[in-house]
Design a protein around this ligand. Structure first.
Ligand SMILES: [Zn+2]
Length: 153
């Protein structure tokens, strides 16, 4: 839990640094700011994304739906900011580094759906699907966020 707090804090720091203040978080702005290229790859379904740190490239599966791609890109940025060395290939078997994967997921969740923004928006938008559209995340991801905030059960 404490590790996830650190990951979430780091995502907030990044949003602040780049100057992103509202949803949907534009990952292209983030990529430009940190001089990263995002490349779409024609990969098998199980491959999600890859961080090539020194090449400053994040690769993502072009065959996944957009909201999933966004979460993957945010996840790879999580590896970049939280795990300071090496490349990461999320190839569907990444449970061997489970803590790092959880941290990257917490970073991605906070980057795309900061708790504070969602809590605020939920005061006027209580339909999870509408919130998902507003944040350009999957319905599943938004449901999970709302559950974590104890707003739905
Ligand atoms: Zn990963």
């Amino acid at each position: 839990m404490a590790r996830n707090t650190a990951a979430r804090n780091e995502a907030q720091r990044v949003l602040l640094e780049v100057g992103i203040t509202e949803p949907p978080v534009r990952l292209s702005i983030l990529a430009d700011y940190y001089v990263f290229k995002i490349e779409m790859e024609d990969w098998p379904e199980k491959y999600e994304g890859k961080l090539e740190r020194d090449n400053r490239i994040i690769r993502v599966n072009r065959n996944h739906f957009r909201a999933k791609q966004r979460f993957t890109i945010a996840h790879e940025f999580g590896h970049y900011f939280l795990h300071r060395t090496g490349d990461f290939f999320d190839d569907g078997q990444q449970d061997r580094k489970r803590d790092q994967e959880k941290e990257a997921n917490a970073f991605a969740a906070e980057l795309l759906m900061p708790y504070e923004w969602v809590r605020h928006d939920y005061e006027t938008i209580t339909d999870p699907n509408e919130l998902a559209r507003k944040y350009e995340v999957s319905k599943q991801a938004m449901w999970y966020c709302l559950m974590e905030l104890n707003l739905i059960r």
